[in-house]
Design a protein. Sequence first.
Length: 265
Amino acid sequence: MTRKTMMIVSLLVSCGLTTPACIEAAGDVQQKEQVISEPTKDLIPGDRLVTGRIVSIRANQIEIDIGNPQNLYVPLRPAKVKGQTFKVGEPIIVTLNDHNAVVDYHHPNERSDHQVVRGKLSTPLTVGLEKAVIETEQGTKTFTVADRAKGKLTAIPVGAEAFFLADETGQLVDAQLASRQALQESADNNKARIKGAHRQVEAVFKGTGRDGMLKIAEHGQEREVPYRPPLNKLDRLQPGQEVVLLMDDQGYVLEIATPNVTPAR
């Protein structure tokens, strides 16, 4: 039995999954990746399906081993909203977009109720980036925008043909321009915005500043950054704690990931 399999078995034992079938299945699961190059009814080009295994569930995040030196952390809230439950040791498939931001995740072989909508943004996103109005061949459709997709949606120009991905709750969770010409035009007009969308910043949390600001230290330099409320785990962070900030293209913090947050009681 390999060291990795022994670790998986240990996780399964801690969860009560100790049957031979469970242990054998755990050892056989391999990390793999599928890249989507053409739009389907439930995925858009640029999305990647990455298979991994759940290492831990704590506070408001799920830690996943995807075969990289560093594990992947995804927010637990989307699963709660959709009524999904996950356990340590289980396999999981994570959908990442072309900016390496988490779009969604689900159990293997679970039917996807995602919807791909092709159309054009008819107006800029509303204040707070809460709604997107899309003109389609079937008429005008209005969607709310998931927090994790707000940075990506701001990179889509008004009037450009694009694919929009809605999850099971009807929220937009990803978007991608539909043609090479549109991609090039967007790159020319929004180069800086697209480049910075959904970037991860490793820092040390120093506390909260004035309204809507976080104090952090990055490479020894202290600064304040804005965030978009509500921000999960903020009330449980301690000054001096290492964090990974997921930031949109406007420099706002959307999510905070850290394995050291004390779970709520």
